[in-house]
Design a protein around this ligand. Structure first.
Ligand SMILES: C[S@@+](CC[C@H](N)C(=O)[O-])C[C@H]1O[C@@H](n2cnc3c(N)ncnc32)[C@H](O)[C@@H]1O
Length: 326
């Protein structure tokens, strides 16, 4: 295991912050949740993402998903014992980075992201939670920015960030190069589309969420096609991890199961997510589905998600790991 000195907060900021262009998409289970005002197009929708603008949603989402992350990290902890340096590549506002700091009290954690404002939130969060002395940030474009790490990582985590890089195969190779011998690469990619409501709502045509999934799939494909240096790649993660020179590929899925009645926090998340879908895909829905979504989002409507009793959150995310040969 590498045992680098504790990174100082702010120890590595670059000025590269290209991920703050004007837009507002978000990811839930690795899927976009609505287009904004960038310049890519999927059925007329934009595919650029303003990550800094998404900070509150990314934070709320990762906080709600904390039980899922805790189980994923505890599973990782059985494979990766006493890591010296953990790198969170594409950390966003650092909710998961700080969970790493909590789960691995002997480790230094380096949050890496293209958005300096998100990293600032990550740093503040680490300070607030008492992990500031072993938490650092590094701002810049992945995967190249990882060259600036002073030490190889014992655990490199990329949670729902790899699919935002044009050449995923090249990125995995670059991630693998930054691992210490025996180090583990863990990516969270794929899983299942989340569900918040029964198939039949009691009004409208049943299956609204499945039709929204289909629109998001199209958006996702276009978002990938519009990325700089975009390369089509079959998403066989075990094969790609192997091609990056790693061994012992494993995959495991983790569930977030928050049954009805929803907590205020879960309900707010559902409202925020459906609102983004309405903003992003409303024009692509048929008039019936658009009316159903509008009714679901009406705070006064007893059948809307603000008030109905049967709102829940059910999500599954998959983690794929592999180890660098010693
Ligand atoms: C969907 S968010 C995931 C955030 C966090 N890992 C989580 O699971 O909550 C994707 C993150 O990847 C970062 N990102 C996307 N493309 C990037 C790039 N090319 N270089 C560096 N960071 C990038 C974004 O700024 C954003 O914080």
């Amino acid at each position: 295991m590498a045992h680098p000195p504790h990174p100082t907060p702010h120890d590595r900021h670059t000025s590269d912050d290209r991920h703050t262009s004007d837009d507002r998409h978000t990811c839930d289970d690795g899927r976009p949740q609505g287009p904004g005002h960038g310049h890519g197009h999927a059925h007329g929708h934009d595919t650029d993402i303003d990550w800094a603008e998404m900070a509150p949603h990314l934070e709320a989402q990762a906080e709600l998903f904390t039980p899922l992350y805790e189980r994923a990290l505890s599973w990782l902890g059985k494979e990766v014992t006493e890591p010296g340096l953990i790198v969170d590549a594409g950390s966003g506002p650092g909710v998961v980075s700080t969970l790493f700091a909590e789960t691995f009290p002997g480790a230094r954690v380096m949050a890496v992201d293209g958005s300096a404002p998100l990293l600032e939130r990550a740093r503040q969060r680490a300070e607030r939670l008492g992990h500031g002395d072993r938490f650092g940030t590094l701002a810049g474009e992945l995967p190249g920015v990882l060259q600036q790490l002073d030490y190889p990582a014992d655990l490199l985590w990329a949670g729902r960030s790899l699919h935002h890089l044009g050449d995923q195969r090249a990125a995995l190779t670059a991630f693998a190069e930054r691992l210490a011998p025996g180090g583990t690469l863990a990516i969270m990619e794929g899983g299942l589309p989340s569900r918040f409501l029964p198939r039949d709502l009691g009004f409208g045509r049943p299956g609204l969420e499945a039709r929204l999934d289909a629109l998001q799939e199209e958006w996702f494909a276009q978002m990938r096609a519009d990325l700089p240096g975009s390369v089509d790649e079959a998403e066989d993660w075990a094969a790609l991890l192997g091609a990056a020179g790693l061994r012992h590929a494993r995959s495991r899925s983790f569930l977030l199961d928050l049954p009805a009645p929803a907590s205020d926090r879960a309900r707010s998340y559902v409202v925020a997510t459906l609102s983004r879908l309405r903003d992003g895909f409303g024009d692509s829905l048929d008039p019936g589905d658009r009316a159903t979504l509008d009714r679901l989002l009406d705070p006064q409507d007893e059948a809307g998600v603000h008030r109905r009793a049967d709102v829940f959150v059910l999500a599954a995310h998959t983690v794929h790991t592999a180890v660098k040969p010693v």
